[in-house]
Design a protein around this ligand. Structure first.
Ligand code: DC
Length: 224
């Protein structure tokens, strides 16, 4: 089966690596974090409480979502509106992290995520792709980087967008989020037993992509 899962914390380079791989292989892409962000956005829009697990699960089942590539990235549409930019705020990140810790929400999004697996193949990006959503995937990667390096990457990204931010504050937010993601009871962020762990701290994006493609050759006999 043509399926690659890439799990890891934010700032590990996952999103970019997955996008490049999907393009190179011509496969579909699932950005599962975007699903949690869209749900959080929809909940804030229609004033659903972030503590109302049943209402959030119902909302998750009924969301009308589309992901469409614009050539350089994937745009997220909710009810036909492109909300890609609106998903990347700190408010949405916090709300997404909250809804992602609810078991009924995760259950409601499970079938939706599995449905992304279609011919000719899928790259699944997230926190629990290899452990919960696609445990059968033949190629599993756990991509990590030191907290300091991830903070530096985020800092540079925000600076380029013109935001005046402090690297110390970003590092402290990253550490808080890591602790929450790695210690939560359901689907915590962790490497699957059969995942290849790659530390991207000292690697370029292209070097990470090559390492994943080595696995694709080894496990699936596909060369690109
Ligand atoms: O990768 P991201 O920052 O877009 O993810 C948004 C939130 O969703 C983050 O708090 C982690 C959570 N998430 C998750 O719990 N499981 C996934 N498979 C993907 C993301």
């Amino acid at each position: 089966m043509n399926l690659i899962t890439i799990d890891g914390p934010s700032g590990s380079g996952k999103g970019t690596v997955c996008y490049i791989l999907a393009k190179k292989l011509g496969w579909h892409l699932l950005d599962s974090g975007a699903l949690y962000r869209i749900l959080a956005y929809a909940a804030l829009q229609n004033a659903t409480s972030l503590d109302d697990e049943e209402a959030l699960a119902k909302l998750a089942l009924n969301l009308k979502i589309e992901f469409i590539s614009n050539g350089v990235a994937v745009d997220s549409f909710l009810n036909g509106e492109n909300i890609g930019d609106k998903l990347r705020t700190e408010t949405i990140a916090q709300a997404a992290s909250k809804v992602a810790s609810l078991i009924l929400v995760r259950e409601a999004l499970l079938a939706r995520q599995k449905a992304f697996y279609k011919n000719p193949g899928l790259i699944a990006d997230g926190r629990d792709m290899g452990t919960v959503v696609f445990p059968e995937a033949p190629v599993k990667i756990f991509l990590d980087a030191s907290a300091a390096e991830r903070a530096k990457r985020r800092f540079e990204q925000l600076q380029n967008k013109g935001f005046n931010v402090s690297i110390a504050e970003i590092l402290s937010e990253i550490k808080d989020r890591d602790l929450r993601d790695r210690t939560r009871l359901i689907a915590p962020l962790k490497a699957a037993k059969d995942a290849l762990e790659i530390d991207s701290t000292m690697l370029t994006i292209d070097e990470v992509v090559l390492k994943v493609l080595d696995q694709v050759k080894l496990k699936l006999n596909i060369v690109v």
